[in-house]
Design a protein around this ligand. Structure first.
Ligand SMILES: C[S@@+](CC[C@H](N)C(=O)[O-])C[C@H]1O[C@@H](n2cnc3c(N)ncnc32)[C@H](O)[C@@H]1O
Length: 294
């Protein structure tokens, strides 16, 4: 009875949050900062919790086997297999990237707990990798946990005001973070400002499908040319199918009991709101590669 009442109250909270509060730009930024600081409030806990995305899984069995072999050859010793679908989202983005990382300066905006930054900087021959995040607690966590990773550093920074000089970056990476930005257009202006001519923007996130046209027009208007585009919603759903039990057991370990329902929603557990939105195509997960006009 109590459990049902708690679930019901959280559903009301999520509804008010999505419909009334989240559309307010000021609230949006304050909320996400609070939320991600809360998730990383204690830097000594849960050091194997390094990713915060919905993951990726190959649908085709042959492709899966091929990818599996190449994935297993990568250095992954710093995180447990619990993270694998989420790490594999990064793996997929890198493997599908049509250019090379060799000798490149890469910046990830919204690097979270640094698992993706660590995975890429340890496995690809880049020159430097900077992870930026709005959450100072996540940056503290990353500076501690990823201290000895090669070519890798972390810095606090807002996507809408990047703490980087003009034309200083070869690749900007952005994974499942941009839906938190109240002024997405400002972020895209910042991406074009910091990218060198001919540099790349690797972008992965979810949106309602009817918003993609708007998104692509904005990229073009700001001088970003489309290199490739993939709808990976089915792969994300498959990853959530595989991962849901692990996600639930992690939530049970990590959060107070009364928050289980809302944590399940945010982490996309099978059968909950965001999972259903992916299933019904109310939300689609995209992977874009764009380049700055040279
Ligand atoms: C869902 S997590 C994804 C983290 C990471 N990319 C991953 O896949 O594990 C979203 C991240 O975006 C960050 N974020 C939200 N708003 C931001 C902003 N305005 N500037 C920079 N980072 C932001 C959050 O603090 C959080 O770490």
């Amino acid at each position: 009875m109590l459990k049902k009442a708690n679930e019901f109250l959280w559903k009301i909270f999520v509804f008010i949050f999505e419909m009334i509060l989240l559309p307010l730009p000021f609230f949006q930024k304050v909320w996400w900062k609070f939320w991600y600081n809360w998730l990383s409030k204690d830097k000594d806990r849960e050091k194997d919790f390094l990713f915060m995305n919905y993951g990726h899984h190959e649908i085709d069995a042959v492709e899966e086997k091929k990818r599996e072999e190449s994935y297993l050859k990568k250095k992954r010793s710093f995180f447990t297999t619990d993270n694998s679908a989420m790490a594999r989202l990064y793996f997929y983005l890198c493997e599908e990237f049509p250019s090379s990382f060799e000798g490149k300066n890469i910046v990830e905006v919204g690097s979270g707990r640094g698992g993706g930054a660590r995975f890429i900087s340890e496995n690809y021959p880049l020159r430097s990798f900077i992870g930026l995040d709005l959450s100072s607690k996540s940056i503290e966590f990353c500076n501690d946990v990823h201290e000895n990773a090669p070519h890798l550093s972390f810095k606090k920074g807002d996507a809408e005001n990047l703490p980087l000089p003009n034309a200083s970056v070869d690749i900007v990476l952005n994974v499942e973070s941009s839906h938190c930005y109240p002024h997405f257009e400002k972020f895209i202006e910042e991406v074009t400002r910091v990218l060198k001519k001919g540099g790349h923007f690797i972008f992965a996130d979810f949106r309602p499908p009817e918003k993609t046209h708007e998104l692509e027009e904005l990229f073009l208007k700001k001088g970003l040319k489309l290199v490739s585009k993939n709808d990976i919603t089915k792969n994300v759903l498959m990853a959530l199918d595989y991962d849901s039990d692990q996600r639930v057991s992690f939530i049970k370990r990590f959060t107070p009991k009364f928050m289980f329902p809302v944590m399940k929603i945010f982490s996309g557990v099978k059968g909950t709101l965001i999972y259903k939105k992916f299933q019904d195509k109310d939300l689609c997960y995209f992977y874009y590669v764009l380049s700055k006009d040279s």
